[in-house]
Design a protein around this ligand. Structure first.
Ligand code: NAG
Ligand code: NAG
Ligand code: NAG
Ligand code: NAG
Length: 284
């Protein structure tokens, strides 16, 4: 009897909570850019472009509360200086939670900067920046966010760049009640993006195009916002493997390797910015 009931519970949560799939028509709406964002190849490929008039962007149709999100992305090739391609999860609203990857373009042959941030209850200021150990413009690579009640991990090709642990016990708010959508945009940020704004976008190179494929979300879908937390934090939700996943020792090693060799900025070591002491998570 008990196992029969468990089987039912399992089926229920499999169908209601876990979505997965790479069809962009099913999963996303192009919500900005008047034709500059396109879904092609029967929904297998999505491209966003930026020109002198506008950037473009898309957002997921669904909202999620916890999950493992993967997107394969090929960044703007050649001279991408001044461009920013962002891939992020955000709850929207006034006290929003947000988990960000931003890819700051550069001159041909010069390295992209991967800028990351985590906002909780409307407050960010938790920037960390990285170089990559490959050229992100010559092929697709997988950029992932794991988000569960214990931790948030941002990874590239299964190598973690950054972890933001749940440190509510020392008073750091953690995103766990507001569902988020997946967004991506490409825009012109030549006021600041490349070498602090010294290098401007070369519009003769436009359009600047970023390409996306093979999105997957093993995640809890929220159909009805006010009651959101119920489905996604219930006992059933906790059966999902991504709900309890965190870094295994091998991933911890990789994270250390990235932080030692590829991290170029960390707010937790920028004393000038925090003369009165670093935010509490920096001491954890
Ligand atoms: C662009 O390349 C220069 C020179 O290597 C580097 O200093 C800079 O951090 C790179 N990235 C950006 C976004 O400016
Ligand atoms: C881009 O647009 C700006 C303002 O709209 C204009 O001044 C500039 O000449 C344009 N550049 C190119 C290369 O089209
Ligand atoms: C697509 O993504 C899934 C899940 O992230 C992965 O297992 C699969 O290998 C990917 N397919 C391709 C063609 O990269
Ligand atoms: C929970 O899942 C069920 C089944 O799919 C759905 O009908 C319901 O709206 C969901 N509740 C919330 C709060 O998302």
């Amino acid at each position: 009897m008990a196992s029969f009931r468990n089987a039912l519970v399992l089926v229920f949560f499999m169908t209601s909570m876990v979505v997965s799939g790479s069809n962009f028509f099913q999963n996303f709406d192009i919500n900005w850019g008047e034709g500059r964002g396109k879904i092609v190849n029967n929904g297998e490929l999505l491209t966003l472009s930026l020109d002198n008039y506008s950037g473009s962007g898309f957002q997921s149709k669904k909202e999620y509360l916890f999950g493992k999100f993967d997107m394969q992305l090929k960044l703007v090739p050649g001279n991408s200086a001044g461009t920013v391609t962002a891939l992020y999860l955000s709850s929207g609203g006034s006290n929003h939670d947000e988990i960000d990857f931003e890819f700051l373009g550069n001159l041909s042959g010069e390295p992209y900067t991967v800028h990351t941030n985590v906002y909780t209850q409307g407050k960010g200021e938790r920037e960390q920046q990285f170089r990559l150990w490959f050229d992100p413009t010559d092929d697709f690579h997988t950029y992932s966010v794991l988000w569960n009640p214990r931790t948030i991990v941002l990874s590239v090709d299964d190598t973690p760049l950054r972890e933001f642990k749940n440190l509510e016990k020392i008073g750091v708010p953690f995103p766990k009640t507001q569902p988020m959508k997946v967004y991506s945009t490409i825009w012109n940020a030549d006021q600041w993006a490349t070498r602090g704004g010294l290098i401007k976008t070369d519009w003769t190179q436009a359009p600047f195009v970023a390409s996306y494929r093979n999105f997957s979300a093993d995640a809890c879908v929220v159909f009805n916002r006010p009651a959101a937390a119920e489905n996604c934090t219930s006992e059933g939700a906790n059966n999902n493997p991504w709900m309890s996943q965190n870094l295994d020792p091998n991933s911890e090693e990789k994270l250390k390797w990235v932080q030692k060799n590829y991290m170029i900025y960390n707010y937790c070591s920028d004393g000038k910015r925090f003369p009165g002491g670093f935010p509490p998570e920096c001491y954890a």
